[in-house]
Design a binder for this molecule. Structure first.
Ligand code: T5A
Length: 206
């Protein structure tokens, strides 16, 4: 039996890392084998690209877009696809929806170009479920600010993150794999919503 591919998306500080820990605990309780990974990153090459993307100097928009997809190509080949083929569930902190949201929405790059790169790198291969944690930008930024200095992308302004959020919400309207989770609620309510989604996926035919 093949595994499942779950991606977690949303603006900064909305609770992705916190809730991935909850998802891992849920999978362990349900005796489901899984790996947990992230983008950009998840491989040696991807983590090096992540460091350049988040903590390096100036990166042009085109270079940023190509680096996101270069990291993803390696990640799919080396980690994600082999894990799913071996029957494991893959929990991925961000995936291609983040590229549409940040590079397409935030940076206002051409969405058709992003689609071409998506087709090149993973064609019809898509997550089985995408949990979009949604909250107004002000809430996410206030939560993220508690963690310390902003990285290169977190340093963008409010308008940038409002475009990112809008793009996520637009994409969520276009594909059934999305589950929108109201991340403004307290953590236990957020986790109740996530648990319902996970249970539904577990019970759905492959
Ligand atoms: N990127 C990525 C692109 O531009 N294009 C791409 O294609 C891809 C893949 C990656 C960066 O790269 C960009 C997007 C990003 O800028 P990242 O590691 O994913 O960065 O980091 P962030 O999104 O910046 O992740 P954060 O750690 O900031 O946010 P999280 O993980 O969403 O938030 P989390 O869980 O750390 O929570 C933040 C705080 O809020 C509290 C937590 O306890 C924590 O203190 N919290 C809550 N408090 C109250 N109520 C709740 N419901 C709460 N949920 C969490």
């Amino acid at each position: 039996m093949k595994g499942r591919f779950i991606t977690i998306e949303g603006i900064e500080g909305v609770g992705k890392t916190t809730n991935i820990q909850f998802i891992q605990d849920w999978l362990t309780t349900n005796k489901i084998e899984f790996i947990s990974t992230r983008e950009p990153g998840g491989t040696e090459l991807g983590e090096q690209l992540r460091n350049l993307l988040l903590h390096g100097g100036h990166v042009s928009n085109n270079a940023e877009l190509l680096m996101m997809f270069a990291a993803r190509a390696q990640h799919l080949d080396e980690v994600i696809k082999p894990a799913i083929e071996s029957g494991k569930w893959v929990i991925c902190d961000r995936f291609t929806d983040s590229t549409y949201a940040y590079q397409g929405g935030g940076r206002q790059m051409d969405v058709a170009t992003i689609s071409q790169l998506e087709a090149l790198v993973h064609g019809a291969f898509q997550p089985h479920m995408t949990l979009l944690l949604d909250a107004p930008v002000e809430i996410g930024r206030a939560r993220a600010a508690k963690r310390g200095a902003a990285d290169r992308i977190e340093a963008e302004d409010l308008a940038f993150f409002n475009r990112v959020r809008d793009m996520f919400l637009n994409r969520a309207k276009q594909a059934e794999r999305f589950q929108i989770v109201d991340a403004t609620q307290d953590l236990s309510s957020v986790q109740q919503q996530i648990q319902v989604c996970l249970q539904t996926l577990l019970e759905s035919p492959q």
